[in-house]
Design a binder for this molecule. Structure first.
Ligand SMILES: Cc1ncc(COP(=O)(O)O)c(C=O)c1O
Length: 385
């Protein structure tokens, strides 16, 4: 772990965490390391981990995941893929649809640049229009063979992107295999809601329904595999922090796309998880108590420092209960009055949802033994697709 850390470009003289100005995004290096080791060693060959970079948007962290066995990185936006490639990541899948002529032209530009440097780019499709736009942009760029790896996204119950039937998968694959610039990569079958179902039984039930659907699609593809020249087994990608062990053991999935496991958040901790699948909260926001009265404090980080779509942040320190948040403030009830006075002190809160919280910050302050030992830029942050 440390060898990678010290190769990080930005490596200022270590200083105590308490000297950080606030709000500051903290990443506990030892917890991060244990999280990465736990998930990567829990996914057994021949299944592979392709860590999801949408959670952290940070090339330094992506490189750490790859150094610890991930075959590459997923991301959700073209802008993230561009940043990861710029930083030297060689195997990237955009686990999402890229639609619109401007974006698709950029996508093909990136795919060509990656192919020319021996790297690989993948993308999902779930509609004929997206495929037509991609084929047209590849043809305009006079792209050679197999420039971009194309995954067909299957909706396995999330109700977001993805085609719904085997017939639709077959119709898209038929076109992909005829397009010189594309290489059919496999089926993406990710179920987001499954990740956050709280009980082990609920998740197992949902996963079994999902597996039945994936099996049906694979059977349909196998009847055409030889005539299309598909290599076997057909790759299936999916799985997240809440369900990865199920997909990994399914004999269907070949790539696991978990992301949050590295950082974790308060919402994921509400899942009932067996001990060997439970990850540690490596991500916190350091805040300063800026106002105080008996039984209440206010810290200097609000909606501009925390995403609250999955609930309010949670204080690490027992005796403190977060009760409200506004733009620049979080109001915390002090349930243990012996903790006061707290004015001017610094304390850590765990974000409700890691991905969009990270997107609000510029860098991770990587900490170990109470000191900031590196600063990792969140290079792929931002709203741009
Ligand atoms: C397509 C896809 N794959 C994988 C993941 C990773 O899931 P998690 O962060 O829950 O591990 C996500 C997260 O939203 C996703 O959208």
């Amino acid at each position: 772990m440390n060898a990678i850390l010290h190769s990080s470009k930005l490596h200022p003289a270590p200083h105590p965490v308490n000297e950080c100005d606030t709000p500051a995004l903290l990443l506990d290096f030892d917890k991060l390391g244990r999280n990465i080791t736990k998930l990567h060693s829990g996914v057994l060959a021949p299944v592979k981990v392709r860590a999801h970079g949408k959670a952290h948007k940070c090339p330094d962290l992506a490189k750490l995941q790859i150094a610890h066995g991930a075959i590459g990185i997923c991301c959700q936006k073209l802008s993230e893929a561009e940043k990861f490639f710029e930083a030297g990541i060689q195997d990237i899948v955009i686990s999402n649809q890229i639609v619109g002529e401007l974006k698709v032209k950029r996508l093909v530009g990136l795919a060509l640049a990656m192919k020319n440097s021996g790297a690989t780019l993948g993308v999902c499709v779930d509609h004929e229009l997206g495929l037509q736009q991609l084929a047209a942009a590849l043809s305009d760029a006079k792209a050679g063979g197999g420039v971009i790896h194309v995954w067909v996204e299957l909706d396995v119950g999330q109700g977001r992107c993805g085609v719904q039937s085997s017939a639709e998968v077959i119709a898209l694959v038929e076109k992909i295999v005829q397009c010189k610039g594309m290489q059919f990569a496999g089926v993406q079958a990710y179920h987001g809601r499954l990740q956050h179902q709280r009980s082990v039984e609920q998740r197992l039930g949902t996963a079994n329904e999902m597996f039945a659907k994936v099996r049906g699609v694979l059977d349909a593809l196998l009847t055409n595999a030889a005539s299309w020249g598909l290599s076997l087994p057909i790759a299936v990608a999916g799985g997240g922090t809440g369900s990865y062990k199920l997909e990994a053991a399914s004999s269907l999935y070949t790539e696991i796309q978990a992301g949050s496991y590295a950082l974790m958040d308060a919402d994921y901790q509400r899942n009932e998880m067996p001990e060997d699948e439970r990850f540690e909260n490596a991500l916190t926001v350091l805040c300063t108590v800026m106002s105080e009265r008996t039984g209440q404090i206010v810290v200097d980080a609000g909606l501009k420092a925390f995403a609250v779509d999955s609930g309010l942040p949670v204080a690490i320190q027992p005796g403190l209960h977060v009760k409200g948040i506004s733009d620049e403030h979080t109001v915390i009830e002090v349930t243990d009055l012996s903790l006061q006075p707290l004015i001017g002190k610094k304390l850590e809160l765990i974000p409700g949802h890691c991905d969009p919280t990270v997107n609000l910050h510029h860098e991770f302050n990587v900490i170990q033994n109470g000191r900031v030992i590196a600063k990792w830029p969140i290079a792929a942050k931002g709203a741009g697709f």
